[in-house]
Write a protein that binds this ligand. Structure first.
Ligand code: HEC
Ligand code: HEC
Ligand code: HEC
Ligand code: HEC
Ligand code: HEC
Ligand code: HEC
Ligand code: HEC
Length: 386
């Protein structure tokens, strides 16, 4: 099969990347090793029971996190160092151009050797000389804070006029290590553009932006109304009404997490909206719980006896301050959460026969290594088989 694509790359000054030939489509065999965990079927609209602040004044508007700082400085400062404050950037505003410029990366037999260069505006481009000579493909947005990884995404308009997102094959991992994007190592390009990365369009592309930003709509190969990163109002809802009232009274009515109808379930729904819930996975994935599911913390937590048998006492904030990055939390800090429920003084819950004061995480929710050395803690808290 030979495909001819004429791709317009918007706003990059590199119009007309014309691609003459494409490789045959070849799909991976289905099987446990090929779960597409990077992009499971997720629907943000399924999240109908979300209790963000939409009710507090139906016409509340987004005001931006800087306004929240006025009265909530502590949370503002904490949040600024959280991964949430750094999930979506223009590549030119990151250090990726410095890391990649004038380097080459061997994408393997299916892709060839990528060559990177930056211009004096700090815009980053990639070439595949063997296929396209000196034509350059721009790398536009960077997703992820870099604590784990940053993957680049470029929006283009495809031949049929639809916006297409290309998630680059190559990712920058912690400590500036460059490697294949998680889940991409076995990908075989089905057309020429896919030599640069995976193509996304429509809902999946919009979701990618939804999970990494506070606001933004993918239209015409750009993100309209972009408010980058997972900011205060992504979790608390638009704040204009709260701010207006708070400026007039020292005791404003509760508007989000303080509301009476806000409970542990609402919180798990909120975090699970992005960190994934069981409903976002296939029945088989949930049933078989392959180690890869450790990426999706709510899925694991929801099947833990700690959660199931504690009458809704366990939620994400039992262990995590939602504003403070885990990087700033001492490794042994979380055991205090375990000991809250499992200690000798507490007759309500069982106590460990191996250790009652240390090492809980390493034995009962250890970090599991995934693709390219990414590690996630298995939130299915349990006595693990050897
Ligand atoms: C709008 C989507 C979204 C929501 C809602 C969300 N997260 Fe996240 N979260 C992310 C993304 C994206 C990252 C990756 C950041 C990175 O690359 O480091 C992340 C990273 C994290 C991290 C690791 C980074 C760090 O600095 O500690 C923790 C812990 C975390 N989230 C907990 C939570 C909790 C708890 C909630 C609910 C109160 C929540 N998240 C709600 C999208 C979300
Ligand atoms: C359903 C919500 C959701 C969608 C859709 C989504 N992400 Fe994420 N992404 C997350 C969350 C949550 C994390 C944090 C994972 C963690 O640290 O546990 C994350 C983390 C990342 C990271 C940091 C590395 C890592 O694996 O932790 C990168 C890079 C990334 N996402 C890229 C993308 C790209 C590119 C797309 C779209 C093509 C995308 N994501 C779509 C929610 C999402
Ligand atoms: C990832 C979701 C998330 C983000 C982002 C977030 N919050 Fe929160 N916030 C929560 C949750 C969940 C609670 C409830 C915590 C609890 O029940 O212990 C909370 C509680 C609060 C509270 C009341 C309790 C307290 O800590 O004082 C304030 C005020 C607050 N957040 C302000 C902010 C501000 C300001 C920002 C931005 C700088 C922000 N939040 C960003 C999820 C978030
Ligand atoms: C003019 C001051 C002011 C501004 C600006 C402000 N708040 Fe508040 N906020 C308060 C006061 C006062 C309270 C009640 C006392 C408390 O809990 O700290 C409160 C409580 C909260 C709470 C906990 C109770 C609840 O309603 O859920 C959250 C969450 C919160 N604010 C989030 C925000 C966010 C997000 C912003 C930015 C969009 C913001 N606030 C801006 C003054 C302010
Ligand atoms: C019983 C305690 C506990 C609960 C409850 C909990 N976590 Fe965690 N979580 C941890 C520990 C411990 C780590 C590892 C922290 C570290 O690396 O220092 C962690 C790490 C994370 C990370 C970083 C990536 C990883 O997996 O290592 C994310 C994201 C996260 N948790 C999200 C959540 C979400 C979302 C919820 C609610 C569904 C949740 N956690 C509930 C203890 C908990
Ligand atoms: C909100 C209370 C609560 C917290 C916090 C909590 N647990 Fe539990 N956990 C329980 C309950 C309830 C059970 C069921 C047995 C019982 O009633 O004691 C349980 C059971 C367990 C079991 C046995 C699981 C099995 O499959 O047999 C282990 C192991 C465990 N918890 C470890 C931990 C560790 C480690 C932490 C901290 C990371 C933790 N728990 C935090 C409430 C909690
Ligand atoms: C060296 C590994 C190790 C460490 C460290 C450890 N555990 Fe355990 N834990 C185990 C094993 C193994 C079992 C199963 C013991 C058995 O079946 O007799 C267990 C059992 C449990 C149980 C279930 C007990 C029951 O009677 O069903 C709980 C709850 C628990 N651990 C909590 C904790 C907590 C909380 C910590 C930290 C204070 C901790 N564990 C530290 C290995 C460990």
């Amino acid at each position: 099969m030979v495909a001819k694509l004429n791709i317009r790359v918007i706003g990059m000054g590199v119009a007309g990347l014309v691609v003459a030939s494409a490789t045959l489509i070849s799909s991976n065999e289905p099987g446990i090793g090929t779960f597409d965990l990077q992009h499971p079927e997720v629907s943000l609209t399924q999240f109908g029971d979300a209790k963000r602040s939409d009710q507090t004044g139906a016409d509340a508007k987004f005001v931006g996190r800087k306004v929240c700082r006025e009265c909530h400085e502590t949370n503002f400062d904490l949040h600024a160092n959280h991964g949430h404050a750094s999930t979506f950037h223009q590549v030119s505003q990151t250090d990726l151009p410095e890391i990649f410029a004038d380097t080459k990366f061997d994408g393997g037999a299916n892709h060839g050797i990528y060559e990177y260069f930056a211009d004096d505006q700090q815009a980053l481009y990639v070439r595949l000389p063997a296929e396209f000579g000196q034509q350059a493909f721009p790398l536009q947005y960077a997703l992820g804070s870099g604590q784990h990884a940053q993957t680049m995404l470029t929006l283009t308009t495809s031949a049929d006029g639809q916006t297409e997102g290309i998630e680059h094959r190559v990712t920058c991992y912690h400590n500036e290590r460059v490697g294949i994007t998680p889940g991409h190592s076995k990908k075989i390009p089905s057309n020429a553009l896919e030599l640069f990365g995976d193509m996304q369009r429509g809902e999946p592309l919009q979701r990618c932006v939804d999970c990494h930003t506070t606001q933004g709509e993918v239209v015409d190969a750009s993100v309209k109304g972009l408010v980058a990163n997972v900011n205060c109002e992504k979790c608390h809802g638009p704040g204009s009404e709260h701010v207006r009232v708070a400026r007039n009274t020292p005791t404003p009515p509760k508007y989000s997490v303080g509301r009476e109808d806000w409970d542990g379930e609402s919180e798990i729904q909120l975090c699970g909206d992005c960190h994934r819930l069981p409903k976002n996975l296939s029945e088989r994935e949930v049933r078989e719980y392959p180690d890869l599911l450790a990426r999706f913390q709510p899925v694991g937590m929801l099947r833990s006896r700690c959660y199931l048998e504690s009458n809704g006492q366990m939620r994400c904030t039992t262990c995590h301050n939602p504003h403070q990055t885990i990087q700033a939390v001492a490794k042994d800090q979380h055991i205090h959460a375990c000991i809250q429920c499992h200690d000798n003084q507490n007759t309500e819950h069982v106590v460990c026969s191996v250790s009652t004061d240390s090492g809980c995480i390493g034995c009962h929710m250890p970090p599991l290594e995934m693709d390219e050395g990414l590690r996630f803690h298995d939130h299915w808290i349990r006595v693990r088989e050897e």
